[in-house]
Design a binder for this molecule. Structure first.
Ligand SMILES: [Zn+2]
Length: 338
């Protein structure tokens, strides 16, 4: 049979077997964020035969992504394709049996119930703690496991969160470790650190999906591929008094005080104040007298020195060339509408 042919080496592996392979085919996972780590995890799981993969990402492909983000190529960057769309195309080219559900969206308290509906496992491919705490609250409140994974510089860290069984991210980090943590924009990143953390994340996902939950690691694991430092902290049980596990207080899911304008990446601001469907053909004509503009089915790009605005069909925009949210908001109001 076809399944047996394609996945013969994986089926031979004792931990998977034919039964495990069938379970993978029936599995439905979500990957939140499809940058370096999300790309690597999506690639590994799609090649392993995980049946349905929902890829949620708010960003588009740029040339500086290509050293690490292994699902994308230069033509994706040239077209500024949304990463979720580019990922779906690439996966279809190497495993057309996998159903990919691309979602070009910023995961927020307003849409998380819809975007994560029906999945068995959530995988972290994001680059920020705001989204991770949101996913963690969703996971603990709904009893759906997720795997935290992050890499920066030469350092990687990962944690399996099995609600009611192991510690969650809020057990381990009650407060956001912002500030204490560098970001890729300040510390750079090695692609090998990303791929190591992605391999561990994908392996833990396979264990969960084939039903080998007892084999899953119950520690917060960190390592540094440059210094070779390695550490493991037990995360075997929920921490008594944990805001999420114990008090069932899901502040991030409630979205209290969440900003609608956020800094994202280097020298850019994301605006997602309201849902405002945009007709790209009309917007292209309207913006043409004010700068250079180009669009495809997925994004519209508008350049007006020194700014570059990328607009998505739902009205969300990423404005490059400033970190001043007031400047970004006024540009958006002037050219897209207030
Ligand atoms: Zn907890």
């Amino acid at each position: 049979m076809e399944l047996f042919d394609r996945y013969s080496r994986q089926i031979l592996f004792h931990g998977v077997g034919l039964e495990g392979q069938h379970r993978l085919a029936a599995a439905h996972v979500a990957i939140v964020g499809c940058g370096a780590n999300g790309s690597a995890v999506a690639s590994l799981l799609a090649r392993s035969g995980v049946g349905t993969i929902r890829i949620i990402d708010r960003d588009y492909v740029e040339p500086s992504n290509l050293p690490r983000q292994t699902l994308f190529d230069e033509s994706d960057a040239k077209e500024s394709l949304p990463k979720a769309i580019a990922a779906a195309r690439r996966i279809a080219a190497f495993n057309s049996d996998v159903v990919v559900e691309p979602q070009v969206a910023d995961l927020t308290p307003d849409n998380i119930q819809v975007l994560l509906e029906g999945v068995h496992l959530v995988l972290d491919g994001t680059d920020n703690f705001e989204t991770r705490y949101l996913v963690n609250d969703y996971s603990v409140s709904q009893g759906i496991p997720w795997i935290y994974a992050a890499a920066v510089g030469s350092y990687g860290v990962t944690l399996n969160v099995l609600p009611r069984t192991t510690a969650c991210m809020a057990c381990v980090f009650p407060e956001s470790p912002h500030g204490a943590f560098e970001t890729c924009d300040t510390a750079g990143i090695l692609n090998s650190a990303v791929n190591l953390v992605a391999s561990i994340e994908a392996s833990e996902a396979l264990k969960f999906l084939v039903g080998a939950v007892d084999k899953m690691r119950r520690t917060l694991l960190s390592f540094d591929v440059w210094s070779n430092d390695r550490a493991e902290v037990s995360a075997a049980r929920p921490r008594p008094g944990c805001r999420a596990c114990d008090e069932r207080d899901f502040v991030h899911l409630a979205g209290k005080g969440r900003p609608h304008i956020t800094l994202c990446g280097r020298n850019s601001v994301q605006i997602h104040e309201r849902h405002r469907p945009v007709n790209f053909t009309e917007m292209d004509e309207r913006l043409r007298p004010h700068g250079s503009v180009r669009h495809n089915d997925f994004v519209l790009k508008f350049w007006r020195e020194p700014y570059e605005m990328t607009l998505f069909p739902d009205g969300r925009a990423i404005i490059k060339g400033t970190t001043d949210t007031a400047v970004a908001r006024s540009l958006y109001a002037r050219y897209v509408g207030s």
